[in-house]
Write a protein that binds this ligand. Structure first.
Ligand code: NAD
Ligand code: TYD
Length: 356
């Protein structure tokens, strides 16, 4: 059976990508070798539906471990690598950037080197067909003012947090491997995702979990920072398109055309919960609390995703309203998953981050 490698496939987006791959590609889907270190953000429970599916192979492997990667490449001879594995939370990168440098920069470099060594062993046909798709973020472009145009593929990089700086570095490495070695790479830069299996340290799942738990809903600063939001299933569909038909060496912006202030997002979530799981008295909005701002908090992100629509015909299927309703319903239906990931290390994080 032909295989693709997915790194970080036990995390939020990677997990959705793996599940969607088998759900959408039909009986003849290539197998997936899922390479994940299982940090606090990786959760095998997300992959339970694939437990007895022989097309899915899980390997607990650190992308910084070159020997282990070489062994996997030699064993499975993948036709592509889809690279999600990363440290992904801005607030954690502020408390401790070292892991971000290690995984996002050194890890991507190690993976590129292993992929290049393997790619060089392929015959001309397989070499031309091979793909290395690097999944990145809109945060590499820095912060916009209210009136600036959206980020396009040619916007200059200006990362502001240790997280976005480490992702920017990894994007540059991927680009360099195309220019210098001719490796067949593709890069996607996507806006904020939301949806099922999202770890509740990020805004949307945190607010849902805290609302249901009767806890404060913490809004940083004035709540007017703007993010563009995309349903995770739409992001996964975009990645499948770019993998299948993207132009080598190109980058593609992926976005939802949903610019919202954080306060708008939290209000919408509260209103959905008031409708779908009403409280005995009052509204979930009563739990909103303004807290100290994030240091260096980027004001606005916005994505111009027209290139992807023009060249590959992709556009999001979900609106913010339909995607958010689906997401809230998923969290209401999957409290066991949430309780499971909110144990142990998660509690330490919450007491450190929200102590003040
Ligand atoms: P996540 O934190 O939920 O998952 C990351 C996964 O990578 C986890 O399963 C973790 O165990 C694994 N991992 C971490 N370090 C590893 C290592 N050294 N070796 C192997 N595996 C390791 O992240 P996510 O939100 O799913 O993001 C996935 C990718 O998409 C990241 O590259 C991120 O930068 C990018 N991205 C995320 C968003 C978003 O809104 N979440 C938006 C755009 C781009
Ligand atoms: P987050 O989900 O951490 O994603 P990112 O920082 O990568 O965009 O945060 C989304 C927005 O929500 C960001 O502007 C920070 C803000 N935020 C809060 O206001 N309160 C919170 O508790 C969290 C986690 C985030």
């Amino acid at each position: 059976m032909a295989h693709i490698f997915v790194t970080g496939g036990a995390g939020f987006i990677g997990g959705n990508f793996v599940l969607d791959w088998f759900a959408t590609q039909g009986a003849h889907a290539d197998g997936i070798v899922n390479i994940d270190k299982l940090t606090y953000a990786g959760n095998l429970k997300t992959l339970t539906p694939l437990e007895s599916d022989p097309r899915h192979v899980f390997s607990r492997t650190d992308i910084c471990d070159r020997d282990a990667l070489d062994t996997l490449f030699a064993q499975y001879k993948p036709r592509a690598v889809v690279h999600f594995a990363a440290e992904s939370h801005v607030d954690r990168s502020i408390h401790g950037p070292a892991e971000f440098i290690q995984t996002n920069i050194v890890g991507t470099f190690t993976l590129l080197e292993a992929a290049r060594a393997y790619w060089n062993t392929l015959d001309d046909g397989d070499k031309a067909a091979f793909r290395f798709l690097h999944v990145s973020t809109d945060e590499v472009f820095g912060s916009l003012s209210e009136t600036d145009p959206q980020f396009s593929e040619t916007t200059a990089y200006a990362p502001n947090s240790p997280y976005s700086a480490s992702k920017a570095a990894s994007d540059h490495l991927v680009r360099a491997y195309h220019h210098t070695y001719g490796m067949p790479v593709l890069t996607t830069n996507c806006s904020n995702n939301y949806g099922p299996y999202h770890f509740p340290e990020k805004l949307i799942p945190l607010v849902i979990a805290n609302a249901l738990g009767g806890k404060p809903l913490p809004i940083y600063g004035d709540g007017k920072n703007v993010r563009d939001w995309l349903y995770v299933g739409d992001h996964c569909a975009a990645i499948r398109e770019v993998l299948a038909r993207g132009c080598l060496g190109e980058t593609y912006n992926v976005g939802g055309w949903n610019e919202k202030t954080n306060l708008e997002v939290v209000h919408t979530l509260c209103d959905l919960l008031d409708d779908m799981r009403p409280k005995a008295t009052g509204s979930y909005r009563d739990q909103i609390t303004f807290v100290k701002d994030r240091p260096g908090h980027d004001r606005r992100y916005a994505i111009d995703a027209r290139k992807l629509e023009r060249e590959l015909g992709w556009k999001p299927a979900e609106t913010f309203e339909t995607g958010l309703r689906k997401t809230v319903q998923w969290y209401l239906d999957n409290q066991a998953w949430v309780q499971d990931v909110m144990s142990g290390e998660y509690r330490n994080w919450v007491s450190k981050q929200y102590a003040a």
